[in-house]
Design a protein around this ligand. Structure first.
Ligand code: SF4
Length: 502
């Protein structure tokens, strides 16, 4: 008998080692690592999502006839060792993990039986293929990768040409929030059951440090429920996907976002089946091209690009910190202090309630302020990883170290995503009743984003004046007659952010 060891983010019968496993010849092992659970403060919905999804997957496999060893252990390593000692399998088969450390762990296992690492097909482009595509180039663009993926996978293609005559409909998808109306479908919810209650009780009994509102069924934790979320997205949400995706409005946390990323990131859904469903809806004329293209771009473009660069640049990538940022994540982000900044309050409240913010809230509100403030990029990564429902190291490193904190000096994004209050005001309805004034950079009511934005350009002037994409803003900062006051106010803003009094 062989053992197939399934990690917590590989919960799918159709991938890797499990794809060819049979109940008559294979036993399945899943390990809940208490060491991992106790290693950081998790959002309770995230910790629950991971454990409940594993337990339901184990139950599905048992229903399919497998003997499943779902065990709790101090670490993954000790869990597999205990399993092997107890069950004495001929071989342990494991699908390539999604993390660099996970792969090193598998390669260094010292077990009395053979360990076979099976190639992962959880992504549409394996990281070896990505590395081949990247080749010897010094720099490469997501857009080129995306078109290469479109061509080879055949999504939204009309022969050799892109459907609709264009590769990119982004210019139709960056609209500010609509002034009125709420065209967005309400997300589905599931009923919590005995498994959910057991997971929550176990988290309490294990003394896992958690934060945030308890689960209310928003996040699916089974294949069946995740498939239902996919159908709901394609039928009811996708036709609206696109135009307002970058907007931030108090009255809707989800807009027309798919909120399917957590399921794809743990295997409950596979990217191919998600894209196939979108392609089918487009082929039947049920969704416009800008919606279908905008969504397919996220999955086969951005998501797979981030996956590819993670593997290409690890392990050095996680230690990048070119701006030498060394502050802690502000207590206003972690719920340890309240804040009068409306935008931060709305994002952190949303995070507390749902373990979720959409990409612009992550990038242009939380990430932006963290970069302007000078938070250690690894600290930002760890905080987001533990708190966002769809967190994973491969997602967080390129998105946080690269995109959001510009800690890699431009490998991922050619310029830092830095913005003052004006951008947030344009894309949201947060600023209108905020106690701070987005236009002011000095004074007690100056918007902290605006103050820190100008101060950021000033502090990093030498580096950024060599960057043609941001040099214009650096020159504008140089022309400010009140820069001395801006610097003074920035010192005060930073101290108050650190102290949780802003
Ligand atoms: Fe945020 Fe500044 Fe707008 Fe207030 S004024 S919501 S702090 S960007």
């Amino acid at each position: 008998m062989d053992t197939v060891w399934v990690l917590g983010d590989q919960l799918n019968r159709r991938i890797g080692a499990l794809a060819s496993a049979e109940p008559s010849t294979h036993r399945v092992l899943l390990v809940e690592s208490t060491g991992k659970l106790r290693s950081k403060r998790w959002h309770i919905q995230r910790a629950h999502f991971l454990l409940a999804s594993m337990r339901r997957f184990a139950a599905d496999l048992r229903d399919a006839g497998f003997d499943v060893d779902l065990r709790r252990s101090d670490s993954l390593r000790s869990g597999v060792a205990d399993h092997v000692a107890e069950h004495r399998p001929d071989r342990v088969l494991a699908t390539e993990p999604a993390s660099w450390d996970g792969l090193q762990m598998l390669r260094s296992l010292d077990l009395p039986c053979e360990v076979e690492i099976v190639r992962s097909d959880q992504f549409l482009c394996h990281y070896d293929e990505f590395a081949e595509w990247a080749g010897e180039r010094n720099s490469f663009k997501m857009e080129d990768f995306y078109r290469w993926q479109r061509r080879r996978l055949g999504y939204l293609m009309d022969g050799d040409e892109p459907a609709g005559g264009r590769w990119n409909f982004d210019d139709e998808n960056r609209e500010p929030p609509p002034k009125s109306g709420d065209p967005w479908a309400t997300p589905q919810h599931s009923h919590l059951d005995e498994i959910d209650r057991e997971v929550l009780a176990d988290l309490r009994d294990l003394g896992v440090d958690t934060w945030g509102a308890e689960p209310d069924g928003l996040w699916a934790t089974s294949r069946r429920a995740a498939m239902s979320r996919l159908r709901h997205f394609v039928d009811d949400v996708l036709p609206q996907f696109g135009p307002h995706e970058d907007a931030m409005v108090k009255r809707s946390w989800h807009l027309a976002h798919s909120v399917l990323s957590p399921y794809m990131n743990v295997g409950l859904l596979l990217p191919g089946e998600v894209c196939d469903a979108v392609q089918d809806a487009f082929d039947c004329g049920r969704v416009p091209i800008n919606s279908a293209e905008g969504f397919i771009r996220q999955v086969i473009g951005w998501r797979e690009y981030v996956w590819g660069v993670y593997w290409l640049w690890m392990p050095d990538y996680r230690s990048h910190n070119v701006l030498q940022a060394d502050r802690r994540v502000p207590p206003a982000f972690t719920g340890d202090a309240t804040t009068e900044m409306n935008c931060i309050r709305h994002c952190v409240d949303g995070l507390h309630d749902r373990a979720y913010n959409h990409h612009i809230q992550r990038l242009m509100v939380l990430g932006n302020l963290a970069m302007l403030h000078g938070v250690d990029p690894w600290e930002v990564t760890e905080w987001m990883w533990a708190n966002f429902i769809d967190g994973a190291e491969w997602v967080m490193l390129p998105n946080v170290i690269g995109m959001s904190q510009w800690a890699d000096g431009g490998k991922m994004a050619t310029k830092p995503y830095a913005a003052g209050g004006n951008y947030i005001d344009k894309m949201s309805d947060y600023c209108g009743d905020c106690r701070f004034d987005r236009k002011k950079r000095t004074g007690d009511d100056a918007c902290p984003f605006t103050t820190l934005y100008w101060d950021f350009l000033d502090r990093h002037r030498e580096r950024f004046e060599k960057n043609h994409r941001i040099v214009r803003q650096v020159r504008a900062a140089e022309r400010l007659s009140d820069m001395a006051e801006v610097r003074e106010r920035a010192v005060e803003v930073r101290a108050r952010l650190d102290g949780g009094t802003l």
